[in-house]
Design a protein around this ligand. Structure first.
Ligand code: FES
Length: 149
């Protein structure tokens, strides 16, 4: 039964580690950022989207945004990223914000709006919101470019 005792110690260690990580995250990020990161909405690539944007940020991470449209309204938006936790939270919140609004309204969303919707981001993560908003704008610009073609 010594083996079971070891497993319990290991489990306790993992639980303690998780507690410390969550505590550190809470000190840095708002409850909304943590919620969107642990339970991201609209995560995944979309097959045959009406519009797609992909931006490679200066931090080395990439964000992709996919849009399904009904005329000029966004019916569905999804995202994919290889970036940090705050980027996942940004993608989740931004795709939720743009669902069921017009392309024009979506193009007016600024990084500050996304940051406010997440109840703030730490200074070092502000560029993650900029990356998400740039990717959305890229998707909208690509759609307009194709629309004109
Ligand atoms: Fe690259 Fe957050 S660190 S997007």
């Amino acid at each position: 039964m010594e083996h079971q005792g070891e497993a319990t110690d290991f489990e306790r260690m993992v639980t303690e580690l998780q507690r410390q990580i969550i505590e550190q995250a809470r000190a840095l990020y708002s409850a909304k950022v943590i919620e969107e990161f642990y339970n991201p909405k609209n995560l995944g690539r979309m097959s045959a989207p009406d519009a797609r944007g992909s931006v490679h940020g200066w931090c080395g991470d990439t964000m992709e945004i996919y849009l399904r449209l009904n005329e000029d309204r966004i019916k569905e938006a999804t995202f994919m990223t290889d970036g940090c936790g705050p980027t996942v939270a940004c993608g989740s919140m931004l795709t939720t914000m743009v669902t069921e609004i017009s392309l024009e309204e979506a193009s007016e969303i600024k990084p500050e709006d996304l940051i406010a919707a997440l109840d703030g981001l730490p200074e070092e993560s502000l560029h993650c919101a900029e990356l998400a908003v740039s990717t959305l704008r890229e998707a909208i610009a690509n759609w307009h470019a194709e629309d004109r073609a």
